[in-house]
Design a binder for this molecule. Structure first.
Ligand code: DGL
Length: 261
């Protein structure tokens, strides 16, 4: 049976951290993974230009792949483009937004940090989440200009230097009297791939909150009435820059994806 795929979208490899949870919950689905590497990193883009680019690109993606559902596996994109995508295309979208609400519910010290790209930190949407759900907490928004690229390199075997990682994450670690930050929200889908390295250099142990499982749960709910079959063979990864190099092809292959330019 040929079925409509689940389309998973990110500027790079970050969405693979979401894809692995989607597969764990919905192994019987076909996936198309779209990497907008031509525009990486999204964290540096000006908002209007990024919004126009993604909406425009989705016209082609929806036409070519006719997905049953699209997962925007990128905080930098989701905090900006979800309303425009939902208004324009007749399919369900699941976004990835900073897990500020669960962090505020779970913190014991009242000090939480949100580690994201500079773009996500700038968004009104992110500030709105803090206003709506974390008013009683002290929230540190930390936009790292380097970590997404470091995660890309790390996943291709170019390990990040511990002192560089520490300097990127250290603003997340705040002390106030006897209280310390106890939760760091991983608000960029690239960062879960670095979390093992973060743990090694962190000034003290914290809970690193990765929203991938919650996203997969929401996707599963939305797909509940769509028939599925266990598709044979590999799913596809599409790179917008074309001609992915061997390390990129090998990397996505490890996630059960065949790379296409
Ligand atoms: N993976 C993306 C996110 O979740 C960001 C990476 C980038 O800067 O392009 O925000």
């Amino acid at each position: 049976m040929s079925e409509k795929p689940v389309l998973v979208f990110d500027s790079g490899i970050g969405g693979l951290s979401v894809l692995r949870e989607l597969r764990a919950r919905m192994p019987d689905r076909r996936y198309v993974y779209v990497v907008d590497d031509a525009a990486f990193p999204y964290g540096d883009w000006e908002e209007a230009a990024l919004l126009a680019r993604i909406v425009d690109m989705f016209s082609g993606l929806v036409r070519d792949h006719d997905p049953a559902l699209a997962v925007i596996a990128c905080n930098t994109a989701s905090t900006l483009v979800l309303p425009a995508l939902r208004a324009r295309f007749d399919l369900p979208f699941v976004g990835t937004v900073p897990a500020i609400k669960p962090a505020a519910e779970q913190t014991r010290s009242g000090l939480i940090s949100v580690l994201a790209t500079p773009g996500t930190v700038r968004r009104d949407y992110t500030r709105g989440l803090v206003e709506s759900f974390a008013r009683d907490c002290e929230v540190q928004l930390v936009g790292s200009p380097r970590l997404a690229a470091m995660a890309e390199a790390h996943m291709r075997g170019d390990r990040a230097r511990p002192e560089t990682l520490l300097s990127e994450i250290s603003p997340c670690f705040v002390e106030s009297g006897t209280r310390k930050t106890d939760i760091v929200v991983l608000a960029c889908t690239h960062y879960p791939f670095l979390v093992g390295a973060f743990r090694k250099v962190a000034p003290w142990p914290v809970d690193w909150l990765d929203p991938a499982e919650a996203i997969a749960r929401q996707a599963e709910r939305l797909m509940a009435d769509t028939p599925s079959s266990l598709p044979e063979g590999f799913d596809r990864a599409i790179f917008t820059a074309g001609h992915p190099d061997y390390p990129a092809r090998r990397l996505v292959h490890g996630f059960g994806l065949t790379a296409e330019g």
